[in-house]
Unconditional design. Sequence first.
Length: 201
Amino acid sequence: MKLPYQKILRVGGYSALAFFILFFLFRNSILNFYLTKKLQTYEARFQTRIEVSNAKFSGLTGVLFQHITLAPSAKDTLLHIDSVYCSVRIMPLLLGKLRFGNLEISNTKAHLIKKASRNNFSFLMKKGREQKQDTIPVNLDYILLAEQVVNTVFDAIPASVNFKNNRIQLENDSLNLLVTIPQLEVKNHVLKHSDIANGGE
């Protein structure tokens, strides 16, 4: 015997409501589960340490990540970010994919080191380039790194991003350059920035 049409709709509606209630009750657990899986994948692939001290939903669809650290194994820290606040698209998250709306990134510190005895960013290079690493000039290393980072970032970021208090230090045997960018904004894929200060030797 077929169920009446209205009863089918009612059962479907209650089921959907129960599903979303359960999701909001356990959304922090779901977020941390997928985040941990993603971090483990990158750590195994690049032999590096990635730490996020706290990740939680804030409001309806906002997510706050705090104290993010990226460092290759047994080497100097490459990147530290105090906090990242973003809006998350719910449906991709339910499918196991993390997709962002707007991003606000505060207090970014990047320290790139390329010396004869120390190197903390070569793990980001593609495997095919790693064997040629010793013969690649330092300035080309930075170009390749910047190209890969830019491609990765602009493929992943949403249309609106706001970076506050950015500090980038480049260091090798003959160079120690510090660049400070108080604010960097990407809106509709157009880059805007405040005055850039640099110093070094």
